[in-house]
Design a protein around this ligand. Sequence first.
Ligand code: GLA
Length: 323
Amino acid sequence: MTETIQISAPGRVNLIGDHTDYTGGLVMPLTLDAYTTVIGQVNTSQIWNLVSRDEPVALSIELPIRDLGSIQPRWGRYIAGVLFELAQLGIEVPGFTGEISTTIPIGSGLSSSAALEIAIARTALSIAHVELPDADIALLCQRAEHIASGVPCGIMDQLCIAVGRPHTATLIDCHTLDVQHIAMPDEIEVVTRFISHRTLAGSEYSDRVTDCHVIEKMIGPLRLANIGDAKNINDQRLFRRARHVISENQRVRDFASALSQKDFGAAGQLMLESHQSLANDFETSNATMDQAVKTMMSEPGILGARMTGGGFGGCIVGIRHRT
Ligand code: GLA
């Protein structure tokens, strides 16, 4: 009898450090208690046949993949992207028949696509009997996301999901890919609230990535820059973009040390400052999200709140002191 394989990958919420990963900066996300699961069996063809509990149309992908852009339905492109990238590494994956289900809200900025990529990559590696280090799996899935969605995302989502542990934040240096696991203090509860569906596939996210690349041509790597370097930028928009990234990297460091010193008031204040910086300098928030942050701040025990992830909708995140 053919062995049944079942592999899950969680969603993620970012506590602090947004729009820093694609310039090799610092981020501090944690995995959610919500998962995408792939369950199925190897088949004797060279075809991946998948159904999803959340999608009306089934998927059939013939290997090797020649034209990713022709894969239909579109959700299949994330899967095809992963299988394509595995083939680029010379990894031969057999056919597979299975089902996908998820408890991660789709299109809400909680990395449902990265969870799908990691779950598919681990399934494919398992049936190909190949082992890869977590960081390599994350990088492969990041490349898959780039080609599947056209969004030039950083490494945060895929790496957090690949290495994350329950109730533990991952402090990631997106340049070296070093990860520090930081247990969330028992006194603190992380609150994630859905605001609106969003996609990063429009131009806004990639415009921010482009702005950062232009800045780096002017002043060198943003991860090494200080606010004095940013003052050499004459263009006001680019100056504000640089000020966000430079200050956000510092906030991640300060947030990690505030948590370790159990200075939860300071940690909450840093989250609020992060939101202000994303809203005013990086312009990735909107009026609904700003209002949602204000509302959350007025609730009992809430110490800090901010937009989380790419922005332009999605979710906000806060920390609450447990009583
Ligand atoms: C999205 C991207 C990440 C990161 C965040 C913003 O989630 O996938 O790589 O850039 O936006 O921090």
